[in-house]
Design a protein around this ligand. Structure first.
Ligand SMILES: O=C(CO)COP(=O)(O)O
Ligand SMILES: [Zn+2]
Length: 210
């Protein structure tokens, strides 16, 4: 896709996420890898009302070279995109149920959301690390996120929200949506004993679709 098409898709997907309540106020931010740098949603912007021409552009050294001032979470996005060369985009949300799980789970806990459904496994994968709390925009989070992203497509920031990567922008958005739905199911089924996918079923999904 061209940069112009990616800008338009970012506006469209941001509006869609916002309209469905995956993001409220000016919460959340999205980045997309380009051949010559990165697109990033501007700081304090609503995902519901992005303007294609005002989306921030950063060069390959993550210097701001165009559009409005980028998200304060540039370190978070850089941490993931440098750890995962195959990732083309990163979506960070404060979506309610994934954030709730990030308030319940301890950092270091291996799987705060069990493998309940195939699409969660296919889009998010086997691991969902929990990163300890950092103040939004704190550059100190970069190292922890970078380490986690080497082996995980997505993670939960404790008491903050999910960070999800994908091969393309649409993949990252789909994965963020699946994570939110899986978190909702996990909370809905808390205290019950839902049947989880077996290790063999998870392996089969990842070897077929992963
Ligand atoms: O989600 C956010 C902080 O974690 C929003 O920050 P920005 O408005 O700077 O992107
Ligand atoms: Zn945030």
């Amino acid at each position: 896709m061209t940069e112009s098409e990616l800008r338009d898709l970012l506006v469209e997907l941001g509006a869609s996420l916002f309209a469905r309540g995956y993001s409220v106020g000016s919460a959340g931010n999205i980045s997309v890898r380009l051949p010559d740098g990165y697109l990033m949603t501007p700081t304090n912007s609503s995902l519901g009302r992005l303007k294609a021409e005002r989306i921030s552009k950063l060069d390959l050294d993550w210097r701001h070279i165009g559009g409005d001032k980028p998200s304060k979470e540039v370190f978070m996005h850089r941490a993931v995109l440098t750890a995962r060369p195959e990732a083309g985009a990163v979506v960070h949300l404060h979506s309610t149920h994934a954030t709730a799980i990030g308030c319940l789970a301890d950092s270091g806990e291996a799987a705060p959301i069990p493998p309940l459904t195939p699409y969660f496994v296919m889009r998010v994968g086997r691991t969902l690390p929990v990163i300890r709390y950092y103040r939004p925009g704190d550059a100190a989070m970069e190292q922890d996120i970078h380490e986690a992203a080497k082996t995980a497509r997505a993670m939960l920031l404790a008491n903050h929200g999910p960070v999800v990567s994908g091969q393309s922008l649409i993949d990252a958005v789909y994965a963020a949506e699946e994570l939110e739905e899986a978190a909702r199911l996990a909370l809905m089924l808390r205290g019950q004993s839902p049947r989880e996918l077996t290790a063999a079923q998870v392996d089969d999904l990842l070897s077929t679709f992963g």
